[in-house]
Structures are given as structure tokens and as C-alpha cells.
Write a protein that binds this ligand. Sequence first.
Ligand code: C2E
Ligand code: CA
Ligand code: CA
Length: 701
Amino acid sequence: MIDFSSTLPGLSGLPSADPVASGRLSVAALLDHLQHALVVLDVEGRVVGHNHCAREMLELPLTLLQKQPLIDDVVRWQIKRGDLRGDAQRLVERVWYHLRRVQETGQPHIYTYTTAGGRTLQGTTIAVPGGGWVRTYVDVTRHAQAANFLRESEERFRSLTELSADWYWEWDAEGRYTRLEGRLIRETSTAEMFLGRCAWDVPALNRPTAREWRPLIEAFEQRRVFRRFEIQRRLQDGRVVWFSISGMPVYDAQGRFAGYRGVGRDVTRRKADQATIERLAFYDSLTGLYNRRSFQDKLTQAQAASARSGQWSALCFIDLDNFKDINDAFGHGVGDQLLQTVAKRLREAVREEDTIARLGGDEFVVLLEDLDREEEQAAWRAQHVAEKIRVALERPVTVDGHEVQSTPSIGITVFRGRSDAVEDILGRADLAMYHSKAAGRNAVRFFDPAMQEAVLARATLQRELRHGLRDGELRLYGQPIVDDKAQVVGYEALLRWQHPLRGMVSPAEFIPVAEQSGLILPMGQWVLRQACAHLAAWARDPQRAHWTMAVNLSARQLRQPDFVQSVQTALAETGANPSRLKLELTESLLLHDVEDTIVKMAALSAMGVQFALDDFGTGYSSLAYLKRLPLDQLKIDRTFVRDILDDPNDAAIARTILQLANSLELSVVAEGVETVAQFETLRAMGCRLFQGYHFGRPTAL
Ligand code: C2E
Ligand code: CA
Ligand code: CA
């Protein structure tokens, strides 16, 4: 072994100071035991020292080292054996370049290379003070293998994600995306859309609120594995896609939760296929309408909905009268086109929200929901729609140059709630359809004969009312409105119909019919005109000049574009004072198109016309809502007045309305006052205006 102390003055001081060396173990022996290879170069670059490990690790023969070769020779030897690769002269130059640099800078030079035998060595060259170098080597083969393995697996993984339609992602412990990899991610440049954000913080079309994200957030919070969580997103290029992500929690070496990792998949195609399958399963392929199976579901849902809302619904069963003949005469092609035309006309005849289905053959059904809270009114509406359908279907159809006509027979039944089985409802409508056939086809019939009668009666009423209006059978009655001293301050105009056979018909009976048929428009105009004429007459009588006239308005009147104009005309033509005219509106009337209503009310109110809110307390008006309207008066509905002495609730409501009106600076009329006790009670509460049988019944004006 080489004696270091003799060749290298820089190292010579070390051994004697070392307790190990000074006693039992020489430095040379100690260095031989090292797991690091050690090579010492003198100022000229000769290998003047090495330890045992150096020979083994570098696989240099002792014969070579014993000659104290120049580093240049060692390099050439290594090239020859294949440890180093490249041009010998250039490599030697490189070695010397580094040796000099180490001397100049005092910084060690670290490098790695792999020997012909497959070992990876990491060498470190340091300068020795006074000249020369020490080189140490560590065998990093296993390390290098591990790093290599990692790099390779990473590359494998990358190429897989590149190839597949899926992508890989990672979240940190807060659930924020920290990594996204895959072809799709790159091609759609969606990485920046997600990185640093939680999945639930990036807008999704199918999960508009936090509630829809709950399952994912909960899985994350509970560190559960989740599978195929579906998200519909709009990408930056505007495309709408479906993603499905699956993930599992990740823990670090200490078992601490570190986040999640998982995969994502584009399932847009599958979703589209699913939709197609659904369409085939739920829709009739010829007409695109619902098929029998999905219609039964719709009917069940409609039952549940009507149980909640308390609204009546109706089912219309439609059968074409001579479809079979047409099919036989012109062939199936024509028959199919006729059925398609029927489907189209049905869609046009009903509202968007009504449900239409083809049960098979030439049988169709239409489900009409939310018709009315009153059974009779609902039946009336259903009859109206069914009649519209009948007229639409009875029109001839031209198919392939043939004009064909197939009238419908329609049966109707109404239902509310869940008490009937779906089959029973369908069965009733079907049976009603046979009534139509029996009645000569091309007709509409109800299942319930009483209902059929009621609807017929109503149709008659409508016809007669039209004639009554034309023949001057309407009368204007009036009921006095009094102050707290029971002095008349005005009247409410109330309509009556003097029917030649039925006698006096109540407006409660004919106003709904008039509204539905549109007769309310000429009728309302007539009332307004009469009322204004009375106002004008009163104005000439000092006793009555201050009286006001209240006129009831229907929603339909108010919705007329020329409503303001028509009131102005009535006032102008009669010469009535606008500030004596009071128009009564109901709350339900205000629910519809508030903005338009406010504009019209404001226009009339600017002329001095006043407004009262009728039947107050029965609707849903909020305070904020009332404030926006140019109102002058509230009329407490007579149902609260009726029991005001016995029912503390009603008394409380009346008192509240009075306070509310007071704070909004509105006057209040108590309606339906029938007794002196009611009058006194209301007066004690602060009410100043009254109306009811106690002061006078409606009489001819
Ligand atoms: P309304 O506007 O609430 O009119 C008050 C109704 O209560 C009137 O019934 C009146 O006769 C009745 N009434 C008055 N005092 C008492 C009382 O002390 N006790 C009881 N039990 N009832 C009382 P009427 O005249 O049968 O009118 C019914 C509804 O018909 C009116 O209710 C109003 O909504 C409507 N109506 C009447 N005339 C017209 C009109 O010209 N146009 C429009 N659109 N609707 C009208
Ligand atoms: Ca009224
Ligand atoms: Ca009223």
C-alpha cells in the first residue's frame, strides 16, 4: 500500500492527530476499509495513491496503478476497456479542464458515469491545498437504477395517458387539482381551467348549485373512494361534454392524508347513446310523442302533483273515426303520414306543458294539468281544449296528393289526487270516448253524465249570455258604501242579468262564463259606461255630487292593450269626474304581468281615477308588492267580517289589515257587514267605510 504521508504533504498531518491511527490502526488500513473509493493525484496528475476500494470499484488492475500512471493514461485505459466512450484526446482535455477548475475555484467537481461492467459511479474531485487532487467514488448503481426505473415508469404512464381517452389527475389535501395529464386535457387545453381549483368550484351544467356536488364533496371529506362521478361542462371552445371521474385518497409515507388521485373519462358519446336508447324506450318512433309506458309514468306524476296542488287535471282520450278505412284504401304510408299530422296538430292545439302520447294504432291521449281548483271549472276548461282538438283534427289532410279526413272521437275524464289507479283513469277516458262514438262520432263527451250535463248547461249559458248582451238583458245594480255615521258616500256597481226564463242570474254564475268566452270585454265596457253615466248624473245633484262609483274589473279587461283608452272614452263621453271613479281589482289579477299593470294603473291614476284592492286577505299580496301599486283603498273580504265577533283569528286579521292600510295611507272598506254588532266592532277597530246588507242590498241604479 502506498504511503500517503510521504507523497502528499497536505495529508501527512492527519494520521498522527487521529487517535485510531496513533494506536491500533494505520491510516492506510483505515482508508482501505472505507466503502468509498479514494484516488490521490499529485500536482502533475499522477495517481500516487489509492485505497483498496478504488481498485475494486473502478476495476483498475494493480499493475497499472503501481506504475503511478498519469491520469491521461488511466483515461485512455478506461476508454479502451469501454468504461468511457468518445474521442480519447477530447476526453483527456475535458478531465484536465475540470481538474484545473477545481484548483482555481476550490469547488469540488461532481460527475457520474457507468463502467463497462454496468456500475454507476459518482465521482467527486477536490483540490488538495498545495497541489494535487483527491478523487472519491461512491457506487450509486442501485440509486441510479431506482431513478431510472422511476423515469421509465413515468414515461410508460405518460405514453399510456397519451394513448388512451382517459386522463390522470391529482388533488392536494384541499381537493385542488395539482396535476392533470392526458391527450384530451392537452388537446382541449383544459388544464388551466382546473389547476389550483376544486372540481366543485369549476362551473358544471348538470350541477348548478352546491347541493348537486354534495356526493363528491362528502366522499372527499370522508376520504372515500368514488367512482364514475358525472359532470357536464362547457369547454372554452363552447363544446358541451360529459366527464366521469373516479378517484381514491392518497396518504404519504407517514400515513397522513395527502390528497386524491384518479382518472377521468370523456363519456359524451355514451351519454348521447343513452339518450337515444331512452328516446326509443320512452317515445313513439313514428310521431315522437310519448309512448304508452312513459305516459303511464306521466299520469302517475300528474296525480302526485295534483294531490299537492289541489288542482284538477283532465285526461282526453282521442280515437280517429275512420283511420282503418284510410289505411286500407291508401296504404300504410299514407296512414303513417296521417298519424304524424295528427301528432303535429295536437301539439299546436294544446299548451307547451300539456302531455301528449300515442298509445298505439290511432289512439292518442292528452293530459291537461292544473286546470282549476273547482271541478266544474276544470271540466269546462278541459271541454274547451278538447273542442279545440276536435276542430283541429277534423280538418282534411293532404297526403301524397290524396285528401283524407279522419274526424276524432274524444272522451274526457277529470281527476284530482292519487285516489284512482292509473288504469282506471285511462279506462274512464276510454269509455267516455265510446260515448262520443255512440253520439255519432266527431264529438267530445265526458265520462261522468252529470259533468256532461253541467258542461252542456254552461255552453248553453254562454250562448244565451251572448244573446242577452245583444238584447239588452243586463242591468246595473248598485250597493251603497257608507261612512262611520252610516251616511252614503258612494256605490259599488254590480252586474245583473235579467234572463227571460231563469229570472235574475247572479254574476257569480255568469261572470266566469263571460271571462272564458271573451264576452266580458263588451260587458265590462257596458258597465263602465253605465257607471260613468250615473256619476255624471249625480254630479248635478248637490246631495250626491260627492259620491263615488266603484266598478269591478276582470283580468281580461285590464290586459287589453287599449284598456286605459277605453276608460278615458267612457269618462269623456259621459262627462263624469275621473276622481269619483274607483276601479276594483283583485289580488289574483295583479299576479299577472305586474309591470304592465302598474303602467296602466299609473296612467289612469294620473287622471285622478282611484283604485281599490277587492277581497283583500284572501290572496297572497305582500306588503312590498302593495307599496309598488298606486292603490287608494283595501276592501276587507266579507269572510273575515262574517265571523268577526266569534272568531278571534278573523278579528285579528281585520285589525291587521286596518293597521297595514293605515301605515300605507290607504282607506279601508269592510265588506259584507250584515249586523249592527259587526258595524260597531269594526268601527271600534278604526274602520271608517262599510258595505253590506245592514246598510243596503244591491238595488237597480
Ligand atoms: P264582489 O266584488 O266581492 O261584490 C260584492 C258581492 O258581495 C256582491 O255579490 C254583493 O251582493 C255581495 N254582498 C254585499 N253585501 C253583502 C252582505 O252583507 N252579505 C253577503 N253575504 N253578501 C254581500 P254579487 O253582486 O253577487 O257579485 C258577486 C261578484 O261578481 C262580485 O263580488 C264581483 O266579483 C263580480 N261582479 C259583479 N259585478 C261585476 C262587474 O260588473 N264586472 C265584473 N268583472 N265582476 C262583477
Ligand atoms: Ca267588488
Ligand atoms: Ca269584494
